[in-house]
Design a protein around this ligand. Structure first.
Ligand SMILES: [Zn+2]
Length: 186
């Protein structure tokens, strides 16, 4: 089955069943990542969602990761068949701000495998009450999940992968180090 069909199935499944799915909690990493050869740039095309909500926050999230000294190069695309990070916005209900669902090459939801793409959800139900800075933080954070980063639970780190609002919308040194360990320079 072509990837686009998998994508639609995955989205339907996500919307009907899995939006309350709990992302596994581990230190630093989920245990999976996009295919990457050490020392090479990893280009990660991302889509902005339809309807065109929070598009500025999402493109800022792409810029935030682009501007880090890592091997990741996010760039915007409208081609869902090629994109690696697919942002969606909607009023999904629940009390969560954002969610990431990572998929392998056969369209199976999987956090510890080799990723083919990630669906990144921005929840208008809650984010409509938040500032633009929070929305940008959430988009940047969910992209981090898409790369394979887990939540940072150690209080002494500044990290975009901490949950909640911590006063910044950009990746911190801890996050850059984690990405560089996952997608190595050489
Ligand atoms: Zn998270």
């Amino acid at each position: 089955m072509k990837r686009f069909a998998w994508r639609l199935m995955a989205l339907a499944s996500a919307l009907t069943l899995a939006l309350s799915a709990v992302v596994p909690a581990q230190a630093h990493y989920f245990g999976g990542r996009f295919p990457h050869t050490a020392g090479t740039w990893l280009y990660l095309p991302y889509t902005n969602p339809l309807p065109y909500v929070y598009a500025g926050n999402i493109s800022q999230a792409g810029s935030n990761w682009y501007n880090t000294p890592t091997r990741l190069i996010p760039y915007s695309t409208t081609d869902y068949s090629r994109s690696k990070l697919d942002f969606y916005t909607g009023s999904y209900g629940g009390d969560w701000w954002g969610m990431a669902q990572n998929y392998n090459a056969v369209g199976k939801l999987c956090y510890t495998c080799t990723y083919q793409w990630s669906n990144l959800y921005m929840n208008v139900s809650t984010l409509k009450y938040e500032s633009g800075s929070v929305r940008t933080k959430v988009a940047t954070h969910e992209a981090g999940h898409g790369f394979g980063l887990a939540h940072t639970t150690d209080w002494w780190y500044s990290s975009i992968m901490k949950q909640g609002w911590n006063g910044y919308s950009t990746p911190q040194r801890h996050d850059v180090n984690d990405v560089n360990n996952l997608y190595k320079y050489g």
